[in-house]
Design a protein around this ligand. Structure first.
Ligand code: NOJ
Length: 513
């Protein structure tokens, strides 16, 4: 396990929208370099950067055309080297995004695989035997290649699935076993790409759709084997590099696959969703919501099952948001967001902050989809730095911007957050600093539930020497507290009387002792 992970707080950068250093309207690597001091000041010491590889951008770069080439719009390989060395000098680790499940349909491997004549890439993708062979249970692109066969897609039509074989073979004429030499070759191709970037100094990867590799593998047995094999490579040659999976199944990803971290994703109705993003008939039923009508049951059932079974192998990661879902501001007030940040920064695991969440950037509705973003586009708008042109994101003409900036008069910016005691930014910065200061709040001590009850808005847990309280309702709540407790953090008012604490509405408290 890479040691630095234990005290890591990640910052996710959507490179298109972070900072445009060359004034062409789109964010770039030099822009990231310029803003490293800002990220460091917030307290984050690791980055996850969404794909920066050459791509036709049908899915914002998750459609890779050339895995070893930097997309021109972001800069050059020299810029990447400069980013890595500057970040490392500042004590910041850098994870790139690895997309192992598919490529762009313009990738040279796929252009070769589409050809009628057999070649070294023929088996890199999954083709049926002939174009007349199109079982409806598979998502296939039909009749579009010179080769006589239909190919399987992993996500959008422009993203053909790479061939890691099948676990259950239902159509032997075209499905290869996962342990066939053809499927193994795909694993080697991905390892080669990983090695390329790791050798350059990248500190690991966020792995896109990590569970999608082997097909007809419902229990993910064969997919996990591939990752366990990759983990062996990491342990042997890159022991201080880390992998975080987009999977949301810690028992499979951390225990079976050997990932160091697994994201707790927003799957409608799951633990994450019912904590933060749960709209039922347009009413907010999340636990952390201003309506305070949710409960913790789904989350606790999931978490208290997964956490004890996986905590010795890796970390379950909470994120403020990511580039695939509406920002928290769409669901709750800034006040409530500060409570959620208190939760995320005092839970075990490794937390991830999505760019702009630290200043309360809003989810922009009514935007035309950009590069396959669709409903996700509104969470991908330019970072809001200050009150200058384009909110400090770019000096380009407004018409040239990757996406429009927030036009509201009261758009939050870094400038109008910094130094304001009540701001989301200052609150988060304080919490990150506490996390760095106290190992108990990270992973040294277990999560211990103290109070949670269906229909009750009080939530209390212990982390070693610390107790964390939440009152998400507007009414006062009373809880017990140890008599010598020292309050090290609070949101809103509270009153301690001997062994009792009264938490006024919408409050969080961290006490020591
Ligand atoms: C998950 C990524 O987060 C998302 O943005 C992308 O569209 C899909 N995987 C496909 O790669």
């Amino acid at each position: 396990m890479p040691k630095w992970l234990e005290n890591a707080v990640f910052y996710e950068i959507y490179p298109q929208s972070f900072y445009d250093a060359n004034g062409d309207g789109i964010g770039d690597i030099q822009g990231i370099i310029k803003k490293l001091p800002y990220i460091k000041e917030l307290g984050c010491n690791a980055l996850w950067i969404n794909p920066i590889y050459d791509s036709p951008f049908m899915d914002a770069g998750y459609d890779v055309r050339d895995h070893k080439k930097v997309a021109q719009r972001y800069g050059t390989l020299d810029d990447v080297k400069e980013l890595l060395s500057t970040a490392h000098q500042m004590g910041i680790k850098v994870l790139f995004d690895l997309v192992p499940g598919h490529t762009s349909d313009t990738n040279e491997w796929f252009l070769q695989a589409k050809k009628a004549k057999k070649n070294e890439y023929t088996d890199c993708y999954i083709f049926t035997k002939s174009v007349w062979d199109a079982p409806p249970e598979y998502r296939l692109m039909c009749g579009v290649c010179e080769r006589d066969g239909n190919y399987l897609v992993n996500y959008f039509s422009s993203q053909p699935a790479l061939n890691y074989g099948f676990y259950d073979i239902t159509h032997p004429s075209w499905q290869l076993p996962y342990d066939s030499k053809e499927a193994q070759k795909t694993v080697e191709l991905i390892k080669d790409i990983m090695r390329y970037w790791l050798d350059l100094g990248v500190d690991g990867f966020r792995v896109d759709m990590a569970d999608s590799l082997v097909k007809n593998d419902d229990k993910k047995i064969a997919t996990s084997k591939i990752w366990a094999n990759i983990r062996e490579m990491m342990d042997k040659d890159y022991p201080q590099c880390a992998l975080v999976s987009e999977w949301c199944n810690p028992q499979r990803s951390l225990n079976d696959g050997g990932f160091h971290m697994d994201f707790y994703l927003d799957h409608y109705g799951n633990g994450y969703s019912t904590l933060f993003r749960y709209l039922v008939d347009e009413k907010n039923k999340s636990f952390f919501s201003d309506e305070a009508q949710g409960d913790l049951t789904t989350f606790l059932d999931e978490y208290l099952t997964n956490y004890p079974l996986t905590k010795d192998n890796g970390y379950i990661c909470f994120m403020t948001n990511n580039h695939d879902m509406p920002r928290a501001t769409f669901y709750m007030s800034n006040e409530m967001i500060k409570l959620t940040h208190t939760f995320m920064m005092t839970m075990p695991g490794v937390p991830f902050v999505y760019y702009g969440d630290e200043i309360g950037m809003r989810y922009q509705t009514d935007l035309v989809s950009k590069e396959g973003g669709f409903s996700r586009t509104g969470s991908r708008t330019p970072m809001q730095w200050d009150s200058s042109k384009n909110l400090g994101f770019s000096t380009a003409d407004e018409s040239k911007l990757y996406l429009p900036v927030d036009k509201s008069a009261d758009a939050p910016t870094v400038e109008n957050n910094i130094g304001k005691k009540e701001s989301i930014y200052e609150n988060l910065k304080t919490l990150i600093a506490l996390r760095h200061k106290y190992a108990d709040l990270r992973n040294e001590s277990d999560f211990e539930l103290v109070h949670a009850q269906k229909g009750d808005n009080l939530f209390v847990y212990k982390r070693g020497d610390f107790t964390v309280y939440f009152n998400v309702s507007s009414e006062e709540k009373t809880a017990s507290i140890s008599e010598n407790a020292e309050v090290i953090f609070s949101l809103g008012e509270y009153d301690v009387q001997k062994d009792t604490v009264i938490l006024k509405g919408k409050n969080a408290l961290i006490i020591k002792g």
